[in-house]
Each structure stands twice: as C-alpha cells, then as structure tokens.
Unconditional design. Sequence first.
Lengths: 185, 384, 180
Amino acid sequence: MVDDLVIPKKSGGLTMIDKINTHNVNVFVGKLGDILYKVVDKPLGMAINWGRLWSLWPVHIETACCSVEFGAASGPRYDVERFGIIEAFGSLRQCDLVVVQGTITRKMAPRLRLVYDQMPEPKYVIAMGACAITGGLYFDSYNVLPGIDGILPVDVYVPGCPPRPETLIQGCILLQEKIKRMKPR
Amino acid sequence: MSSHVYPKEKEIFPGLQLEKVDDRIMTLNVGPQHPGSGHMRIILKVDGDYIVHCDPDPGYVHRGEEKMAEYRNYITNIPHLERPVIHDSCNILYPYCLGVEELLGLEVPERAKYLRVIAAELNRCVYTQYWLAIYGIFLGHSTMFMWPMGDRELVIDLLDKMTGARVTHAYFVPGGVRNDLPPNFEDVCLRQVNYFEKRLKEYADIFYDNPILISRTKDTGILSREDAIKLGTTGSVLRASGVDFDIRKKEPYDVYEELDFQTNVLKEGDSYARSKIPWLDMFESCRIIRDALKKMPKSGSVRVKLKPNPKGGDTEVYRRVESGRGSLGMHIISRGKPQPYRLKISVGSFRNLIAMPHLLTGEMLGNMPAVYWSLNYWPVEADR
Amino acid sequence: MSSADSTEIVKTDDSSLTSDLDKSLSDSISKKFSNVEIAYVKPDRIRVNVKKEEIIAVASFIRDELHFDHAESVGGVDYPEDKQIEVVYHLGSYTDPSLSKHILALATRAPREDVPRPGNDSTILPSLRDIFPSVSFHERECFEMLGVYFDGHPDNRRLLLPEDWADIPPLRKDFRIKGR
C-alpha cells in the first residue's frame, strides 16, 4: 500500500504527484509549497506567502539582555501581535522565526545552531541588537562571537543596544516585506 | 488553605532517595531553550515526579565583564557594566560609582544624591515589574504578564524623561549623575508614582490572593532561616526567610538614612513569600520616591567635574548596595593606573543561585518554575 | 607605582573614623593568631592577610567567635610579578546586628605557575566550603577563572566558561584579550 504512494519520476524532476487515484483516495505527496506552486501557479503561491507572513512564530530562546526589550515588545504597549508576530513559543517544531536577542557567547553558539537546525523549513532569522550583529560593546571579550552571521543566515538586522521595541517591530515588518517577495518554498 | 497542599509528598521523598535503582532516575535538561528556563540550563535528575538532584549550569551569557573592566578606564567602564541588568542599570552602577568616588576622593553634590536615589528606586520598580511579569507567565498566568509589562512602561517613561534612554541609562557617573532633571519632572513623577501605586494594589486581587497561585507556591521550596543565612542568600530570598537585612537600612549609602521607609520581612520562606517580598518592596520604593522628591534641594549642581583619565591610588574598596535582587557589591582594586587592576562584581543573582539545588532537590517537577523564578534570579547578571 | 611591592596595601591613617568595634575585631584576630597581618582597618572594612596553612583556623575563629556567617564574594587576583595568586573572601554577618555594616576581607595567597595546568599544579588552596557553605559556587568560579584548585571542594568543575575552553584561565594577567 505504501508502494502505491511512491513518487513517480516525472520529467523535470518534480518531487510531487498531481493526483494518485489508488483505493479511491486522492493523495498528494511533497512539499505543500511545491505542489501548490507548480500546480496552481503563481497566484496561490503568493497566498502561501501571505499566510506565512501573518503568522510568524518566534522561538522562545533568550540569549542575552535584549530579551528585556523583546518582552516589552510583546507587552501591552507595543504588542507585536498586532503585526502577526505571535509572542515567543516553546516548541521548536512549530516555529519559523529565530529572534537572536543579543550576545551569543561561545557556550551558547552550538545550542543556537542546534535550535535552528531543528526547526522546519521555511525559517527566518532576525539579529537583534548590536551584539548579535557585530559583537557590539563586547567586541573584545574573550567569550563573545563577533556577530551571528557566521553561524546563522540572517534575514534582518535590527540595530541598537538594546533596540527599542519600535525598532524591533520595524525589523519584523521588514521581514514580512521580504517574505512577500520571496519565492514560496 | 496553606498547610494541606502537598504535605504527604514531602515526607515520602527521603524513602525515594534511598532506592539506588539507576533506571528509575531520568536526567532531564531544562534549557537553555525552554520557556521555563531563561538563559541557563538546569540539569535535573528526576524520579517519577520528584527531583532528586539538581545541577544548575549557568554561563550562557558569560561575557567576561571583569576582564574587560581591566582594559577600560573608570569612565568608559560605565556602559558595559550596566549591561548585565539593563532593566536595573542604575542599581548595578551604584556600587561602582560609590567605589570609584571613594577611590578618587570625590564628594557628590547633595542634589545628585537625591537624584540617584530617585533613579535607583524607579529602576527597582522597573526590574521588579519585569520579574513579576515573567513569574506570571512561568506559572501560566498570562494576565500577570500583561499587567506588570504595561504598568512598567509608566516608570520607563519617567526614566526616559530623566535620563534619555529606555533601559540602558548610564545615568550614574563617578561624581554625581549625568544630567539634571527636565523641567516639570517632579509633578509628572509624583502623579505617575501615585497612579503606579494604585495599580500595584490591584495586583493582590488578581495574583497574590488567587487561590491557584497560592496552591502552587505555598509550601513549595521552603528555605529555612538557618539555611538562608548559611547559604549566604540575599535580597528578597533572605527577607522572605525571616532575616531582617536590607543594605539601605543596615549600611545606608547616599541619603537613604534620611528617607522614610521600612523593610519587609516575611517568616514563611516558601515561594509565595519570596514572590511577595519584591511586590511589597515596590510600595516602599514609591514611598522613598515621594519622600525624596519632597526633601530634594530644588537647585544646585548635580555633578563634579572630573579630570580626564582619573587615576586611583594604591588601594582597594568594597562597596555594596541593595539592588532589585539583593546585595550587589563591587570590589575594586586600584594600583595607580587609570584602569582598575581588578574589578570583582558580586551579584545577588549568583549568590541566590546557590540556594537553587538546595531548594529544588525533593521538590516536584511541576513546582520547578515556581521555585526557580521566585529566587529573584536574572541569569545574565549571574553570568556577568 | 608599578614596583613589585605595590601589592602591600597602604594602611589608612584616618583612625578617627574607625569605630571601637573595628579595632576590637582586628585586635581579637591579631591576639589569637600571631602570624596574621591586619592589612588595614577602615570604617566598617577590615582586611586580614593570612598564610594558606592557617586560613582554616582563622576562618573558623571568625565564624565561631566573631559571628561572621556568610561570604559576600570570593574574588581572585593575579599578581604575576609576585608569582602569587590572591583569593579574597569578603565575609559578612546576618545574625549579629552590630556587625551588619561590617565586611571582613580574608585574603590568602597561593603560588602561581607560569604555565598553568588547573588542578594539577601547585596553585592549591584549602577550601572554606565546610566553614562557609556559601562559598561553594564562588570557589568554582575562582577555579575556572584563575586556576586555583580548592582542596576539599567536592565540586571543582567548570561553571561559567564553555565546556571546550582550552586556553589558560581568563582572569590571569597573561591572558590577553583580542586587540588589547
């Protein structure tokens, strides 16, 4: 029965099946984005991106003192949920955004990479604060990485030490603009 | 309400510890990515629902502040020294400034002393509100995240007006404060502090008198008076265990001895008492701010002029203040250079961390967040 | 200023500020232990330098007779020109109300080796963990930051530094941070 669902090698190497009509069930196999993008073409691809950008779930990983301003941003005054960025969440498997909140030390760096690797695609990274961008104030410290772009692909940089919550929200909006223009994956 | 919550479970724990069956014991990593851990890892060994061993593993934000301080002079040390607790930055700079003033022989103007006290107390409120918000969300009480986070912005606004920055103020400098108050600040401050105090009273209805909170925190993680002293805990943890020790009262710095306030002490020593003390302290902070605004000289200098690259003598100082987390001491060794020879920061979080294995051993796993965050612990500060 | 004997701390002449309690505390220590050097007596601050062989006895005396009951901080200082590493315990008291303002700094020194092998060289001090349980984490921090092995401490493990730290202990003076 499982053998019936094996993806047939179509020309062009598409990893999807339009429709398998076995046992009178309709089954689609493959990445949702791929299927919809190939099958229904561009307009629905945009719809997928649209769905993604209004439900960004950041991982609940605090790395340094910028988490204070991240907390303030999810508080009632700034309220990032207005912009579709739901407040920090514990489970990695349901998250698609890492907000690196400040300094990454040499002890934290492997853990951060581990967290990133466990997240499902698509995933986005915001580097928040001067420390996450270049090392910031701790440029000469023996235990601090000079910026996280050596270990993670960063989408948006939010400068400041720490950035005000407005700046973080602006960074999130920039990320949403970027997702809008991305090819749906 | 209180005594019949988990009495039986407490008693059967020693029996469980005697059983040396290895496959019963499971090792559980809490953190560094975990909603109930903050910036640290706690390695727990659990037997069923009971924690039989706890090994805190801090250091995920260790940035080497003490080493960096040896390469910067007394003034350029200010910005990075406040980063360990950016929401309590005035209080972490306080002992540093007091120590450097003692080293350099500076006399702080009277008005600056009052401004420092006002800024430090506002900052204590900011810190405690943030702590309370996280404590609320740790226990699954979302309203208690939203309320303190919202009310905290009022106090942040005041500090924003006063110092020009939301959280990292760098307001204290050796020899006074960086700038004077903006015009009309006293009235705005008085009005907002009065409103803030009114809001604080409402927390009792939603949080401190809430039967769910009481049943989760009462009689969990009890730290006796003797253990609190022996482990050298400080701040709210110490005062919740019945030791009357507040450095603002016991070793008054600047103008604290002229101001009217009291120390809150509770006898129970459980998580509930530990969570209540910082809240009670915020009322005292409001009292201090009002009193200081009344007694403050209305005009005058706020800062003494410093030479560039001031040098300390061949001596050492140890100064401490009461921060939001307890005693915060700075040990500065000077050897006649513009930079300190050695700067040791003794922080309340690190001292309260010692109590964590003591409290969590024998506790139920579900009580871990309640006990952990009630220690008034800020991991970034502990790691320095 | 940077001569070799500058580690000796200047004694304050300002004796008018120091209270009788300060003097009686320092007198009782110097009366009991003849080898102990009272480095200074400032208002509310006393510093006592002891040999490392004597520190257990002095610390027990300070706890039992003078009622200092906890350690505020344990800081290590590296003195490469003396070939010594100093560890300063700042002790305070919660139980004795008359001592609540006082901090007693108890300092001792261990020999320093140019090529440190933490735990395996001669930089060893007796641990005060049995006398003041509050020093347990501070001594762990001191071990990793300066390479002072505390004899009798059951838990001489790494605390703050990364697990794969292979350099010399960072708070030693010959550890240079980048660009400086």
